[in-house]
Design a protein around this ligand. Structure first.
Ligand SMILES: Nc1nc2c(ncn2[C@@H]2O[C@H](COP(=O)(O)OP(=O)(O)O)[C@@H](O)[C@H]2O)c(=O)[nH]1
Ligand SMILES: [Mg+2]
Length: 431
């Protein structure tokens, strides 16, 4: 695959960072990147975006690599896309098309899938309108309205609009019943640990490192789950589900923002969120702000660490890329933070710090365990012994009415099952 990064303005470093990101995005849909580069542009060509020399040069590269796809990290008009596809004899994706492709693969929830389809259709619709305007101009204005080509376009547009309206009403319905869906979606009995962070931060590398070492990842229970979820056994025996998510993308096209948020829906479900950061990245600080802003909008406050539901660990990844002094500086900053929100420096690549991360997750999970008070019929001896086997029993007394009052501590993931088992007697959980 040959990729051209068209960078009209901006410094060289940021162009390089954008190129890295685009390569990361292409890999996220399992494309093999054969060649990549930055193209400096003096002027945009309406017909081909790039100048003739560049188009020819890339045509040669496409041929020699036998590439099937060229990704242009910019916004192409439908005409430009078509002309380039013809010139290169390869499929051409622009930035929005590439991101839509990624979101489409990663939308797990019904809402996510609907939002992505909505964004896709909106994208197609905008392109229909644009190419229609283009045809009009070529034919010399409004004189040809009602011609055969235009009828087809109008029909296409109406079809898209009808589908959009249908999706919108379905989305409204899904949102109304969201809480319900959430409850039934949770079928796995282990706490969920979700990886979030920018594209290229190292989420998938960390995901693989943590799951490869674990016997659990080959477990039957997980064999049928999708590849972005895997079981991991932590050092002291706690079991978790690790969930890789779609990464943050810089300068996300506006029409894709809702779809992106919807693909993060499952993060709200997580018991622990690992915010993976590339601390060797020049934009690390701005990326941190972006991620925390979106998390807050999802109701996850990265800074307070008060709720047990959203325990968050900042993972400072790629420390192997830091020089000695920069590494010491960051380690000092990390160590000065209070234990509850102390970042964990790691290298997903070399494995350094990953043990510490596992231990930190384990500690967070223990801290996140919830207390449940139950009142049990004294005749229910089986129930009492079940509780002794499956939960941590904190307190057990006989109250005035002769009931057994029990206080037990469980993983948040277990709480629902315990409450359901003793449905009539459970009290609201206390943290
Ligand atoms: N030097 C170094 N590179 C890393 C590390 N973690 C990931 N990478 C590289 O960063 C790139 C993006 O990693 P990936 O896991 O795909 O990021 P994701 O987009 O967040 O899933 C890949 O080329 C990885 O090899 C690390 O700890 N150190
Ligand atoms: Mg990834």
């Amino acid at each position: 695959m040959r990729r051209a990064a068209a960078q009209a303005a901006g410094g060289e470093r940021s162009a390089a960072a954008k190129l890295d990101e685009a390569i990361g995005l292409a890999r996220a849909i399992d494309l093999e990147v054969k060649q990549s580069g930055i193209v400096m542009l003096n002027a945009l060509r309406p017909a081909t975006y790039l100048g003739k020399g560049k188009v020819d040069e890339i045509a040669g590269l496409v041929k020699s690599f036998e590439a099937g796809i060229v990704i242009m990290d910019c916004a192409l008009t439908p005409v430009q896309q078509r002309n380039l596809e013809k010139a290169w004899n390869a499929k051409v994706l622009d930035r929005t098309a590439l991101i839509l492709e990624i979101f489409g693969r990663r939308a797990h929830t019904r809402e996510g899938a609907l939002q992505v389809e909505h964004a896709h259709l909106t994208y197609q619709k905008s392109r229909l309108v644009r190419s229609w305007t283009h045809l009009e101009r070529q034919r010399g204005g409004f004189g040809f309205l009602g011609g055969p080509g235009e009828t087809q376009l109008e029909a296409d547009r109406r079809m898209i609009e009808e589908r959009l309206a249908k999706i919108e009403s379905e989305l409204a319905k899904v949102k109304r019943t969201r809480a319900l869906h959430r409850k039934s979606r949770r079928r796995v009995p282990y706490p969920i640990v979700a990886l979030v962070g920018y594209t290229n931060a190292g989420k998938s590398t960390l995901f693989n490192r943590m799951t490869q070492a674990s016997v659990l990842s080959a477990d039957m229970l997980f064999a049928t789950l999708d590849p972005t979820l895997r079981g991991v056994a932590l050092p002291h025996g706690a079991r978790i589900i690790l969930s890789d998510t779609v990464g943050f993308i810089s300068d996300l096209p506006t029409m894709l923002i809702a779809a992106f948020r919807a693909t993060l829906e499952e993060v709200i479900e997580a018991d622990v969120i690992l915010h993976v950061r590339d601390v060797s990245h020049e934009d690390a600080e701005a990326q941190l702000q972006d991620v925390e802003k979106i998390l807050r909008e999802l109701g996850i406050d990265a800074r307070s660490d008060s709720g047990h539901k959203h325990a968050l660990i900042e993972v400072w990844n790629k420390i192997d890329r830091l020089g000695k002094s920069e590494r010491e500086r960051l380690t000092n900053i990390a160590e000065r933070r209070p234990p509850a929100d102390r970042p964990v420096p790691v290298s997903a690549l070399t494995g350094e710090g990953v043990d510490m991360l596992a231990a930190t997750i384990e500690a967070k999970l223990a801290a996140g365990r919830v207390l449940i008070e139950l009142r049990i019929d004294p005749a229910d001896g089986a129930g009492v012994s079940w509780l002794h086997r499956h939960t941590e029993v904190i307190d057990k007394t006989i109250n005035e009415e002769g009931h057994i009052a029990m206080t037990v501590r469980v993983d948040p993931a277990q709480a629902a099952a315990v409450k359901a088992k003793f449905a009539l007697t459970a009290h609201p959980e206390k943290h």
